[in-house]
Write a protein that binds this ligand. Structure first.
Ligand SMILES: C=C1C[C@]23C[C@@]1(O)CC[C@H]2[C@@]12CCC[C@@](C)(C(=O)O1)[C@H]2[C@@H]3C(=O)O
Ligand SMILES: O=C(O)CCC(=O)C(=O)O
Ligand SMILES: [Fe+2]
Length: 373
């Protein structure tokens, strides 16, 4: 069992002062798979799908992207670029706060929200080349007082812009959920029935996680964020114009670098959506790499069910005459299973699959190299 990184390095690691990557932050096997450019001409094999969600035919494009990639670049979403630019500016200012101020908001072991290494880092013995801050957009004014105890202008501007962003993006999430369900082949009437029965859209919760990847003296040895699938329904990722997000693809195994498209969100399918769609839309392994010259910032807007709600495959997604491929789980139950999977090297999705599952859910288990090195 690796030592959780918050115990290994109780003191703040000053990325700015680092002239080399210390052993604590050096990951073996990072370059095991080639990296290819995902910004090629639309339709070519490695080109990350781009879906204009406001255009006719969007449902079919979402279906193809979710089935083959588990991710796509979303354009035509209607969130103003000026708002996205303000969001980025405020995030950059937050990460530029003095270390002592950021550490006031440090995430306590087992807590979901707070400042520090990404939550997933507790499963690994190596440290990642990043810092992050997780908060709930519905309680941000009180949460953010931990970072800005005296409130003040920066606090107010940060909260104002994040609230505005949340308002826009939460509505977008409802639109995208409907588009995903249409992409699964459900009629308007069926979608209304699902919502009436399960209230997925109505109860969906949002969590925001901000990432800061400082420039790195030896990017080939360090890793911004370890390969993972997001655990919830789906995630909107806003990446700054400094690229660094990579998606894992099989046949042949490779990392596809997601191009930085101004104004676009990357949409990732998460594990609980994989379960909800009976594996038809699959969650995507992804990681973030760092670079020598420029800091990188990203924002993840994670959508998922409330903690007490069981997620099970939609009957409409299960082929006629077959049983569901996954059993029902709540998000916290799934997180506990994923924790076990990390410590045993297994696949969490496989651990919740039933005999009816045909897909090898451990297909990407060996993506995470040398986990406990
Ligand atoms: C809602 C959540 C998803 C997340 C865990 C969290 O409670 C808040 C942070 C999210 C994040 C961001 C970085 C990668 C990730 C795997 C992690 O360690 O924390 C995801 C989590 C997830 O998708 O499971
Ligand atoms: O930084 C990125 O582009 C990806 C972030 C991410 O995967 C996450 O926060 O879960
Ligand atoms: Fe992620």
């Amino acid at each position: 069992m690796p030592t959780p990184s918050h115990l290994k390095s109780p003191l703040y690691f000053d990325f700015r002062a680092a002239r080399r990557v210390p052993e604590t932050h050096a990951w073996p096997g990072l370059n095991e798979h080639p990296v290819v450019d995902g910004g090629g001409a639309a339709g070519t094999e490695d080109a990350v799908p781009v879906v204009d969600v406001g255009a006719p035919g969007a449902a079919a494009r979402v279906a193809r992207a979710a089935e083959t990639w588990g991710a796509f670049l979303m354009t035509g979403h209607g969130v103003p670029e000026t708002l996205l630019a303000r969001v980025e500016e405020r995030i950059a200012r937050m990460f530029a706060l003095p270390a002592a101020q950021k550490m006031r908001a440090v995430r306590a072991p087992g807590e979901a929200c707070g400042y520090g290494s990404p939550p997933i880092s507790s499963f690994f013995s190596k440290c990642m080349w990043s810092e992050g801050y997780t908060f709930s957009p519905v309680s941000l004014r009180s949460d953010l007082r931990r970072l800005w105890p005296k409130a003040g202008n920066d606090y107010r501007l940060f909260c104002d812009v994040m609230e505005e962003f949340h308002k826009e993006v939460r509505q977008l999430a409802d639109r995208l959920l409907e588009l995903f369900l249409r992409a699964l082949g459900l009629t308007g009437e069926q979608i209304a029935g699902v919502e009436e029965e399960r209230k997925i859209g109505e109860t969906m919760t949002a969590t925001m996680h901000l990432n800061w990847y400082p420039r790195c003296p030896d990017p080939q040895r360090a890793l911004g964020l370890i390969a993972h699938t997001d655990s919830g329904f789906f995630t909107f990722v806003l990446q700054s114009l400094v690229p660094g997000l990579q998606l894992f693809r099989r046949g042949p195994d490779r990392w596809v670098a997601v191009p930085a498209v101004p104004g676009a969100f990357v949409v990732n399918v998460g594990d609980l959506f994989h379960i909800l769609t009976n594996g038809r839309f699959h969650s995507v392994y992804h990681r973030a790499v760092v670079n020598r010259d420029r800091d990188r910032i990203s924002l993840g807007y994670f959508l998922g069910p409330p903690p007490h709600v069981k997620v099970a495959p939609l009957p409409e997604a299960v082929p006629h005459g077959r049983s569901p491929a996954y059993r029902a789980v709540t998000w916290p139950e799934y997180m506990a299973i994923r924790k076990k999977a990390f410590t045993t090297g297994g696949s969490a999705l496989k651990m919740v699959s039933t005999d009816a599952a045909t897909e090898p859910d451990d297909a990407a288990a060996d993506v995470v190299v040398d986990v406990h090195a």
